[in-house]
Design a protein. Structure first.
Length: 88
């Protein structure tokens, strides 16, 4: 097994000593910076209920904007690297 080095940006993304980012699960190189890499990843967007059974309320009761569930994936192993429920 190869030793993996770097600092975790979060549970799923690692910042390597050369300044590049990689998936912490498959070591796929990720483009961008620690604050901007999400915009460059494959993304799924759908209704908030897609995020799981814990989202059961109608968002329109709480906010005027349309709300969506977004999940960003590693292009190498398709692990969900980041999920959010946000205004469109």
């Amino acid at each position: 097994m190869t030793a993996v080095s770097g600092v975790r940006v979060n549970y799923n993304v690692r910042l390597k000593s050369d300044g590049t980012l990689e998936c912490a699960h498959c070591q796929q190189k990720l483009e961008g910076t620690p604050t901007g890499y999400l915009a460059l990843l494959p993304v799924h967007e759908g209704p908030p209920a897609n995020s799981g059974p814990h989202i059961f309320a109608n968002p329109a009761v709480y906010v005027d904007a349309e709300v969506v569930f977004r999940q960003y994936y590693c292009p190498g192993c398709y692990t969900a690297l980041h999920s959010e429920v946000v205004p469109r």
